[in-house]
Write a protein that binds this ligand. Structure first.
Ligand SMILES: [Ca+2]
Length: 273
C-alpha cells in the first residue's frame, strides 16, 4: 500500500515537472523562432511563459539586440579600418615615390655641385694663367739718329737694331739684334727693310734657319716687308740677317724717320713648348 502511495506521489510530481518542461520548451522554441525571425520589441509580443522565464527571455532578447548592434558596429569599424589601411598604403606608396624623387634630385644636385667645382677650378686655373702670362713685345729701328747705311758685307750679317722703340720683357737684345723667347709659345714677327738706290735681301731666321725673306734690286727707294707667326720653344732665337753676297752689295738704310724696323710679340704662351 505504501508503495502504491509513493508511486502516486511521484507521478504527481513528475506531471508537474512535465508541465514546467513544456513551458521551457515552448519558450526556447520561441527564442529559436525569434532568432530566425527577430521580433523588434519582445516586450510587446504575447508570450506563453512563466513570469520569470519571460523576464529571462526579455533580457535575452535585449542582450541579443545589443549583441547584434555591437556586431554591426564592429563591422562598420572593420570597414573603416580597411579603408584607413588602404589610405595608409596609398600614403606609404606616395611617400616612397617622393623619397625616390628626392634621391634623384639629390643625385642631380651632387652632379651640379661637382660640375660647379670643376668650372670653378678651371676658372681659377685660367685666372692664374692670365695673371702669370708673360708680356713680351718689342719694336726697334736700325739707328737712333742720323742717316746711315748698313753694309755691304762680304758675308751674311745679323742686323742689329740699335733704336729700341719698346722692349717689354727685354727679350730683344739691342746689342746683338737677337730676340730670345723667354717662354714657349706662339709669336708674331714682322720687319720692314728700306733702301735708296741699292739692292737688299734680308732673311728672318729662327735658330740659324731662314723662315721668310725680302729682296729688292738697285733702283729707286723701296721698302720691303714680310712677317710670320712662329711657334717657339723657350730660348729659341729669332733675328734678321742681311745677305752678304759680295757681288750684290746688299745694304739697308735708316734715319730719324725709322724706315727699317723689326717687331715681334708673344701671341700666347704654351707651357708644353
Ligand atoms: Ca728697289
Amino acid at each position: 500500500m505504501k508503495i502504491i502511495m509513493v508511486l502516486v506521489f511521484l507521478c504527481g510530481a513528475f506531471q508537474a515537472d512535465l508541465q514546467e518542461i513544456g513551458v521551457l520548451t515552448r519558450s526556447l522554441q520561441s527564442l529559436v523562432e525569434e532568432d530566425a525571425n527577430p521580433i523588434p520589441n519582445t516586450r510587446t509580443s504575447p508570450r506563453d511563459c512563466a513570469p520569470d522565464m519571460c523576464e529571462l527571455l526579455i533580457r535575452l532578447g535585449t542582450m541579443k539586440a545589443r549583441l547584434t548592434a555591437g556586431e554591426r558596429k564592429a563591422e562598420e569599424q572593420e570597414h573603416a579600418l580597411t579603408e584607413m589601411r588602404t589610405v595608409v598604403r596609398e600614403q606609404e606608396a606616395l611617400l616612397a615615390q617622393q623619397q625616390a624623387t628626392m634621391q634623384e634630385e639629390r643625385a642631380k644636385l651632387a652632379q651640379l655641385s661637382a660640375a660647379v667645382s670643376t668650372l670653378t677650378s678651371t676658372v681659377q686655373t685660367l685666372e692664374r694663367k692670365l695673371h702669370n702670362r708673360p708680356e713680351v713685345a718689342f719694336s726697334a729701328s736700325l739707328y737712333s739718329s742720323g742717316s746711315k747705311v748698313l753694309g755691304p758685307f762680304g758675308s751674311d750679317k745679323t742686323v742689329v737694331f740699335r733704336k729700341v722703340l719698346s722692349n717689354i720683357g727685354n727679350a730683344y737684345n739691342s746689342a746683338t739684334g737677337i730676340f730670345t723667347a723667354p717662354v714657349g709659345g706662339v709669336y708674331y714677327f714682322t720687319f720692314t727693310a728700306f733702301t735708296a738706290g741699292t739692292p737688299k735681301r734680308v732673311y728672318l731666321r729662327k735658330n740659324g734657319q731662314n723662315v721668310v725673306s725680302v729682296t729688292d734690286v738697285a733702283d729707286n727707294e723701296d721698302s720691303a716687308s714680310n712677317g710670320a707667326v712662329l711657334v717657339l720653344k723657350k730660348w729659341d732665337q729669332v733675328y734678321l740677317v742681311l745677305n752678304g753676297y759680295s757681288r750684290s752689295r746688299h745694304t739697308l738704310y735708316d734715319d730719324a724717320y725709322h724706315f727699317t724696323t723689326f717687331t715681334g710679340f708673344l701671341l700666347y704662351s704654351q707651357s708644353t713648348l
